[in-house]
Design a protein around this ligand. Sequence first.
Ligand code: CP
Ligand code: NVA
Length: 314
Amino acid sequence: MSVDLRGRSFLTLKDFTGEEIEYLVDLAKDLKEKKKKRIFEKNLLNKNVALIFEKPSTRTRCSFTVGAIDEGAHPEYLGKDDIQLGHKETVEDTARVLGRMFDGIEFRGFSQETVEKLAKYSGVPVWNGLTDEDHPTQVLADFLTIKEKFGRLKGINFVYVGDGRNNMANALMIGCAKMGLNFAIGAPESLFPEEKLVELCKGYAKESGSTITITSDVKEAVKNADVIYTDVWISMGEEDKKEERVALLKDYQVNDELMNSTGNADTIFMHCLPAVRGYEVTNEVIEGEKSVVFDEAENRMHTIKAVMVATLKD
Ligand code: CP
Ligand code: NVA
């Protein structure tokens, strides 16, 4: 295999080629099949990984924990009140100390700059478990799920509906553009993604042979969709924006009517979870037969394990 990611950090999919992203998805598929057969290769035996969480998490935390233990590594959870990161100690100093003790570091928090500094100063692979602007490990799980359902990524019509400028919208736009999925966002104009990021992704899309469409017309956005994806209207740290967001996004709910207006009988529904039923998605859709959200959630573990194995194995 020509792809070798040992020693690399995983901060954003911008840093990875299509071939490298595909390698991680396929490695996850392989690790998933092995786990179903109870085969554990212990690729990370005797390694220690630090899991820093400034924000809460169910899937990401459990994926890093279970993934590390399956591979023979020891995970250490460091919650926001457990360490001094950015409060009594600079991020640079914490990074240097953790880098002396741990073989890899996961970070979930607010600023993308923090995860970048951790990578720069720790000297060990650092993995982005979500920041305000990106959520790259989630996209790997989404791609594994799409490959399982459709057998391919390239040419899939992927439509994101809702808050078009949050971490998920950004990360999915980067990932889809790199991997050749046609990507559309249906969002109110005030929640369109940053123009600079759209331009960057249009460059990736040109290379991979796909398209990017940003529109406030949600019915237009979902035409011919293979995948309709949504995320919460109020992301972690934005709790004070609740009223404003509900007013802006109420016409962008994924409900049966929207799912049935794609002109494609096989459209699937995806969501990174956690979901707020009755806001971004109805109970009927998330519980319906087109929903693959729990396959997606399980795939977080297999893909996060793949990221740790690929970047940390000897
Ligand atoms: N999808 C996701 O990142 O879930 P958690 O917030 O539970 O980690
Ligand atoms: N946009 C959401 C994603 C949660 C996985 C948030 O940041 O809260």
